[in-house]
Design a protein around this ligand. Structure first.
Ligand SMILES: CSC[C@H]1O[C@H](OP(=O)(O)O)[C@H](O)[C@@H]1O
Ligand SMILES: Nc1ncnc2[nH]cnc12
Length: 317
Protein backbone atom coordinates (compact mmCIF):
# COMPACT_ATOMS: atom_id res chain seq x y z
CA UNK A 1 0.00 0.00 0.00
CA UNK A 2 1.42 3.45 -0.87
CA UNK A 3 1.35 6.27 1.69
CA UNK A 4 -1.34 8.14 -0.26
CA UNK A 5 -3.68 5.13 0.04
CA UNK A 6 -3.41 4.96 3.84
CA UNK A 7 -6.36 6.01 5.98
CA UNK A 8 -6.17 9.42 7.69
CA UNK A 9 -7.77 8.31 10.95
CA UNK A 10 -6.89 5.82 13.65
CA UNK A 11 -9.10 5.05 16.59
CA UNK A 12 -7.22 2.34 18.50
CA UNK A 13 -4.89 2.92 21.44
CA UNK A 14 -1.30 3.92 20.72
CA UNK A 15 1.54 2.68 22.86
CA UNK A 16 4.61 4.76 22.10
CA UNK A 17 5.09 8.28 20.76
CA UNK A 18 8.31 8.98 18.87
CA UNK A 19 9.66 12.42 17.95
CA UNK A 20 12.28 12.36 15.21
CA UNK A 21 14.81 15.18 14.98
CA UNK A 22 17.30 16.47 12.43
CA UNK A 23 17.97 13.76 9.85
CA UNK A 24 15.38 11.37 11.26
CA UNK A 25 12.05 11.85 9.53
CA UNK A 26 10.83 8.24 9.65
CA UNK A 27 11.81 4.83 11.03
CA UNK A 28 12.22 1.84 8.72
CA UNK A 29 11.31 -0.80 11.29
CA UNK A 30 7.75 0.51 11.34
CA UNK A 31 4.96 -0.29 8.91
CA UNK A 32 2.67 2.73 8.50
CA UNK A 33 -1.04 1.94 8.77
CA UNK A 34 -2.50 5.48 8.94
CA UNK A 35 -1.29 9.02 8.40
CA UNK A 36 -3.17 11.60 10.44
CA UNK A 37 -2.79 14.99 8.73
CA UNK A 38 -1.00 17.59 10.87
CA UNK A 39 -3.25 17.59 13.97
CA UNK A 40 -5.05 20.69 15.28
CA UNK A 41 -4.76 21.02 19.04
CA UNK A 42 -5.73 23.82 21.44
CA UNK A 43 -2.05 24.89 21.21
CA UNK A 44 -1.79 24.99 17.43
CA UNK A 45 -1.02 22.41 14.75
CA UNK A 46 1.62 19.70 14.97
CA UNK A 47 4.84 20.18 13.02
CA UNK A 48 4.09 17.21 10.77
CA UNK A 49 1.42 14.68 9.96
CA UNK A 50 1.39 11.90 12.54
CA UNK A 51 2.29 8.51 11.13
CA UNK A 52 0.65 5.64 12.98
CA UNK A 53 2.54 2.41 12.48
CA UNK A 54 2.68 -1.10 13.72
CA UNK A 55 5.92 -2.90 14.35
CA UNK A 56 6.57 -5.14 11.37
CA UNK A 57 5.18 -8.58 12.21
CA UNK A 58 3.13 -7.43 15.23
CA UNK A 59 -0.44 -6.20 14.96
CA UNK A 60 -0.95 -5.08 18.53
CA UNK A 61 1.76 -2.54 19.27
CA UNK A 62 1.25 0.92 17.77
CA UNK A 63 3.58 3.87 17.43
CA UNK A 64 2.79 7.52 16.61
CA UNK A 65 5.66 9.36 14.89
CA UNK A 66 6.07 13.14 14.56
CA UNK A 67 8.90 14.89 12.69
CA UNK A 68 9.96 17.70 15.07
CA UNK A 69 11.03 20.13 12.38
CA UNK A 70 8.39 19.06 9.83
CA UNK A 71 8.85 16.53 7.01
CA UNK A 72 10.79 19.09 4.99
CA UNK A 73 12.57 20.61 8.01
CA UNK A 74 10.51 23.82 7.85
CA UNK A 75 10.46 24.70 11.57
CA UNK A 76 13.59 26.18 13.19
CA UNK A 77 14.15 25.12 16.82
CA UNK A 78 12.63 28.32 18.23
CA UNK A 79 9.42 27.88 16.22
CA UNK A 80 8.74 24.15 16.57
CA UNK A 81 5.15 23.81 17.84
CA UNK A 82 6.34 21.83 20.86
CA UNK A 83 3.07 22.20 22.78
CA UNK A 84 0.97 20.94 19.88
CA UNK A 85 3.32 18.00 19.25
CA UNK A 86 3.30 16.76 22.85
CA UNK A 87 -0.44 17.43 23.30
CA UNK A 88 -1.20 15.40 20.16
CA UNK A 89 0.83 12.42 21.43
CA UNK A 90 -0.91 12.64 24.80
CA UNK A 91 -4.34 12.96 23.17
CA UNK A 92 -3.60 9.83 21.12
CA UNK A 93 -3.04 8.05 24.47
CA UNK A 94 0.68 7.34 24.06
CA UNK A 95 2.10 5.79 27.22
CA UNK A 96 5.63 7.17 26.82
CA UNK A 97 7.60 9.37 24.45
CA UNK A 98 10.94 8.51 22.89
CA UNK A 99 12.69 11.44 21.30
CA UNK A 100 15.74 11.63 19.02
CA UNK A 101 18.06 14.61 18.73
CA UNK A 102 21.28 15.48 16.90
CA UNK A 103 23.68 16.98 19.47
CA UNK A 104 27.13 18.48 19.78
CA UNK A 105 29.54 16.81 22.19
CA UNK A 106 31.07 18.83 25.02
CA UNK A 107 33.29 15.98 26.22
CA UNK A 108 36.25 14.25 24.58
CA UNK A 109 34.91 10.79 25.45
CA UNK A 110 31.63 11.40 23.61
CA UNK A 111 32.67 11.06 19.97
CA UNK A 112 30.66 12.05 16.93
CA UNK A 113 28.41 9.01 16.14
CA UNK A 114 28.18 8.04 19.82
CA UNK A 115 24.74 8.12 21.44
CA UNK A 116 23.92 9.54 24.89
CA UNK A 117 20.99 9.02 27.26
CA UNK A 118 21.12 12.23 29.32
CA UNK A 119 19.44 12.40 32.71
CA UNK A 120 19.82 16.13 33.39
CA UNK A 121 19.24 19.38 31.49
CA UNK A 122 20.67 22.91 31.66
CA UNK A 123 18.23 25.35 30.07
CA UNK A 124 19.94 28.10 28.09
CA UNK A 125 16.95 28.96 25.88
CA UNK A 126 15.90 32.60 25.90
CA UNK A 127 12.36 32.43 27.29
CA UNK A 128 10.81 32.96 23.85
CA UNK A 129 9.35 29.44 23.47
CA UNK A 130 5.99 28.44 24.89
CA UNK A 131 7.16 25.98 27.49
CA UNK A 132 4.06 25.18 29.56
CA UNK A 133 0.38 24.29 29.32
CA UNK A 134 -0.12 25.82 32.78
CA UNK A 135 1.29 29.31 32.58
CA UNK A 136 -1.85 31.35 31.84
CA UNK A 137 -4.06 33.59 33.88
CA UNK A 138 -6.80 31.19 34.97
CA UNK A 139 -4.64 28.07 34.83
CA UNK A 140 -1.55 27.87 37.02
CA UNK A 141 0.44 24.69 37.56
CA UNK A 142 3.90 23.81 38.89
CA UNK A 143 5.32 20.39 38.10
CA UNK A 144 8.43 18.82 39.59
CA UNK A 145 11.29 18.75 37.09
CA UNK A 146 14.25 17.75 39.26
CA UNK A 147 14.68 14.56 37.24
CA UNK A 148 13.56 15.62 33.78
CA UNK A 149 13.92 12.22 32.08
CA UNK A 150 12.55 8.78 32.82
CA UNK A 151 15.29 6.74 34.49
CA UNK A 152 13.32 3.54 33.91
CA UNK A 153 13.06 4.30 30.21
CA UNK A 154 16.79 5.12 29.98
CA UNK A 155 17.68 1.83 31.68
CA UNK A 156 15.35 0.00 29.31
CA UNK A 157 17.14 1.53 26.31
CA UNK A 158 20.61 0.98 27.77
CA UNK A 159 20.05 -2.79 27.66
CA UNK A 160 20.63 -2.46 23.91
CA UNK A 161 23.96 -0.65 24.29
CA UNK A 162 25.74 -3.14 22.04
CA UNK A 163 23.60 -2.41 19.01
CA UNK A 164 25.48 0.68 17.75
CA UNK A 165 27.83 0.33 14.80
CA UNK A 166 30.14 2.51 12.81
CA UNK A 167 29.28 1.68 9.23
CA UNK A 168 32.38 3.29 7.66
CA UNK A 169 35.31 2.78 10.00
CA UNK A 170 36.35 0.28 12.67
CA UNK A 171 36.01 2.84 15.45
CA UNK A 172 33.24 1.59 17.75
CA UNK A 173 30.19 3.72 18.60
CA UNK A 174 29.27 3.89 22.27
CA UNK A 175 25.93 4.40 24.00
CA UNK A 176 26.66 6.54 27.09
CA UNK A 177 24.43 6.46 30.14
CA UNK A 178 24.75 7.58 33.73
CA UNK A 179 22.67 9.63 36.12
CA UNK A 180 24.72 12.84 35.74
CA UNK A 181 24.90 13.05 31.95
CA UNK A 182 23.65 16.52 31.10
CA UNK A 183 22.28 18.04 27.92
CA UNK A 184 22.54 21.81 27.53
CA UNK A 185 19.72 23.34 25.49
CA UNK A 186 20.55 26.60 23.69
CA UNK A 187 18.23 28.80 21.69
CA UNK A 188 20.04 28.80 18.35
CA UNK A 189 19.69 28.78 15.44
CA UNK A 190 23.35 29.88 15.34
CA UNK A 191 25.79 27.50 16.99
CA UNK A 192 27.73 28.57 20.13
CA UNK A 193 30.84 30.72 20.26
CA UNK A 194 34.01 29.09 21.49
CA UNK A 195 33.67 30.97 24.80
CA UNK A 196 30.10 29.75 25.31
CA UNK A 197 31.05 26.20 24.43
CA UNK A 198 33.85 26.26 27.04
CA UNK A 199 31.47 27.77 29.60
CA UNK A 200 28.97 24.93 29.05
CA UNK A 201 31.78 22.48 29.78
CA UNK A 202 32.49 24.31 33.04
CA UNK A 203 28.77 24.12 33.87
CA UNK A 204 29.02 20.34 33.61
CA UNK A 205 27.37 19.93 30.21
CA UNK A 206 28.07 16.75 28.25
CA UNK A 207 26.12 17.39 25.04
CA UNK A 208 24.29 20.36 23.53
CA UNK A 209 21.21 20.77 21.36
CA UNK A 210 18.39 23.22 20.63
CA UNK A 211 15.33 21.09 21.31
CA UNK A 212 15.14 19.29 24.64
CA UNK A 213 13.55 22.41 26.16
CA UNK A 214 10.58 22.69 26.19
CA UNK A 215 9.95 19.16 24.93
CA UNK A 216 10.95 17.51 28.22
CA UNK A 217 8.95 20.03 30.30
CA UNK A 218 5.82 19.46 28.25
CA UNK A 219 6.14 15.69 28.46
CA UNK A 220 6.31 16.04 32.24
CA UNK A 221 3.20 18.24 32.27
CA UNK A 222 1.45 15.59 30.17
CA UNK A 223 2.48 12.94 32.75
CA UNK A 224 4.39 11.10 30.03
CA UNK A 225 7.61 9.18 30.74
CA UNK A 226 10.11 10.79 28.38
CA UNK A 227 13.63 9.92 27.25
CA UNK A 228 15.75 11.60 24.61
CA UNK A 229 18.36 9.64 22.66
CA UNK A 230 21.07 12.17 21.80
CA UNK A 231 23.09 11.36 18.70
CA UNK A 232 26.45 13.15 18.60
CA UNK A 233 27.42 14.80 15.33
CA UNK A 234 30.29 17.17 16.29
CA UNK A 235 32.51 18.57 19.05
CA UNK A 236 30.74 21.95 19.10
CA UNK A 237 33.27 24.82 19.38
CA UNK A 238 35.38 24.16 22.49
CA UNK A 239 38.38 22.40 20.90
CA UNK A 240 40.96 25.09 20.16
CA UNK A 241 42.82 23.05 17.55
CA UNK A 242 39.71 22.23 15.55
CA UNK A 243 37.31 24.28 13.46
CA UNK A 244 34.09 25.06 15.34
CA UNK A 245 30.99 23.11 14.30
CA UNK A 246 29.28 23.87 11.01
CA UNK A 247 26.19 22.28 9.51
CA UNK A 248 28.45 20.33 7.12
CA UNK A 249 30.08 18.61 10.10
CA UNK A 250 26.65 17.67 11.42
CA UNK A 251 25.45 16.34 8.06
CA UNK A 252 28.55 14.17 7.72
CA UNK A 253 27.36 11.98 10.60
CA UNK A 254 23.61 11.96 10.03
CA UNK A 255 23.50 8.82 7.85
CA UNK A 256 25.45 6.70 10.32
CA UNK A 257 23.40 8.08 13.22
CA UNK A 258 20.15 7.45 11.33
CA UNK A 259 21.08 3.81 10.77
CA UNK A 260 21.92 3.35 14.44
CA UNK A 261 18.72 5.14 15.49
CA UNK A 262 16.77 2.70 13.34
CA UNK A 263 18.43 -0.38 14.76
CA UNK A 264 18.15 0.85 18.35
CA UNK A 265 14.49 1.83 17.90
CA UNK A 266 13.76 -1.50 16.30
CA UNK A 267 15.19 -3.39 19.30
CA UNK A 268 13.34 -1.18 21.79
CA UNK A 269 10.03 -1.53 19.98
CA UNK A 270 10.40 -5.27 19.43
CA UNK A 271 10.88 -5.78 23.15
CA UNK A 272 8.00 -3.45 24.04
CA UNK A 273 5.72 -5.25 21.59
CA UNK A 274 6.34 -8.51 23.47
CA UNK A 275 5.06 -6.97 26.70
CA UNK A 276 4.82 -3.36 27.84
CA UNK A 277 7.44 -2.43 30.43
CA UNK A 278 6.31 -1.47 33.92
CA UNK A 279 6.95 2.25 33.41
CA UNK A 280 4.51 2.30 30.50
CA UNK A 281 1.88 0.25 32.31
CA UNK A 282 1.96 2.27 35.51
CA UNK A 283 3.02 5.72 34.24
CA UNK A 284 6.44 5.77 35.95
CA UNK A 285 5.15 7.59 39.05
CA UNK A 286 3.72 10.46 36.98
CA UNK A 287 0.12 9.33 36.66
CA UNK A 288 -2.33 11.79 38.22
CA UNK A 289 0.53 14.09 39.26
CA UNK A 290 -1.01 17.08 37.45
CA UNK A 291 -4.07 17.03 39.69
CA UNK A 292 -1.85 17.96 42.64
CA UNK A 293 0.31 20.33 40.60
CA UNK A 294 -2.45 22.62 39.39
CA UNK A 295 -2.99 25.44 41.87
CA UNK A 296 -6.04 27.06 40.23
CA UNK A 297 -9.36 25.96 41.70
CA UNK A 298 -11.52 24.12 39.11
CA UNK A 299 -14.50 26.43 39.88
CA UNK A 300 -12.36 29.40 38.78
CA UNK A 301 -11.55 27.81 35.41
CA UNK A 302 -13.29 28.99 32.27
CA UNK A 303 -15.07 26.56 29.93
CA UNK A 304 -12.25 27.05 27.44
CA UNK A 305 -9.62 26.19 30.03
CA UNK A 306 -11.53 23.08 31.07
CA UNK A 307 -11.83 21.93 27.47
CA UNK A 308 -8.07 22.40 26.97
CA UNK A 309 -7.46 20.34 30.10
CA UNK A 310 -9.79 17.64 28.80
CA UNK A 311 -7.76 17.43 25.59
CA UNK A 312 -4.80 16.30 27.71
CA UNK A 313 -6.57 14.58 30.58
CA UNK A 314 -10.01 13.35 29.44
CA UNK A 315 -10.69 11.66 32.79
CA UNK A 316 -9.34 14.17 35.32
CA UNK A 317 -11.56 17.22 35.29
C1 LIG B 1 21.34 20.99 12.17
S1 LIG B 1 22.22 21.02 13.66
C2 LIG B 1 21.21 21.86 14.83
C3 LIG B 1 19.86 21.25 15.05
O1 LIG B 1 20.02 19.83 15.21
C4 LIG B 1 19.35 19.43 16.37
O2 LIG B 1 18.01 19.19 16.01
P1 LIG B 1 17.13 18.03 16.69
O3 LIG B 1 17.27 18.21 18.17
O4 LIG B 1 15.75 18.25 16.22
O5 LIG B 1 17.72 16.73 16.19
C5 LIG B 1 19.53 20.63 17.28
O6 LIG B 1 18.65 20.58 18.40
C6 LIG B 1 19.28 21.77 16.36
O7 LIG B 1 17.92 22.06 16.20
N1 LIG C 1 27.00 21.79 18.33
C1 LIG C 1 25.66 21.82 18.39
N2 LIG C 1 25.03 22.78 19.09
C2 LIG C 1 23.68 22.78 19.18
N3 LIG C 1 22.90 21.88 18.58
C3 LIG C 1 23.49 20.92 17.86
N4 LIG C 1 22.99 19.90 17.17
C4 LIG C 1 24.02 19.20 16.64
N5 LIG C 1 25.19 19.77 16.97
C5 LIG C 1 24.90 20.84 17.75
Amino acid sequence: MTHTELTSTFSGPIDLGIIGGTGLYKLDCLEPIAIIPAMQTPWGTTSSPITISKFIGNNDFHVAFIARHGVNHEYPPTKVPFRANMAALKNLSCKAVLSFSAVGSLQEKIKPRDFVLPQQIIDRTKGIRHSSYFNDEGLVGHVGFGNPFSESFAKYIYKFKDSLENFETNEPCTLHYDKDLTVVCMEGPQFSTRAESKMYRMFGGDVINMSVIPEAKLARECELPYQMICMATDYDAWRDNEEPVTVETVIGHLTNNGRNANSLASKIIMEMAQGLPEFMLTGDGLRDSMKMSISTKPEAMSKETLSKLKFLFPNHW
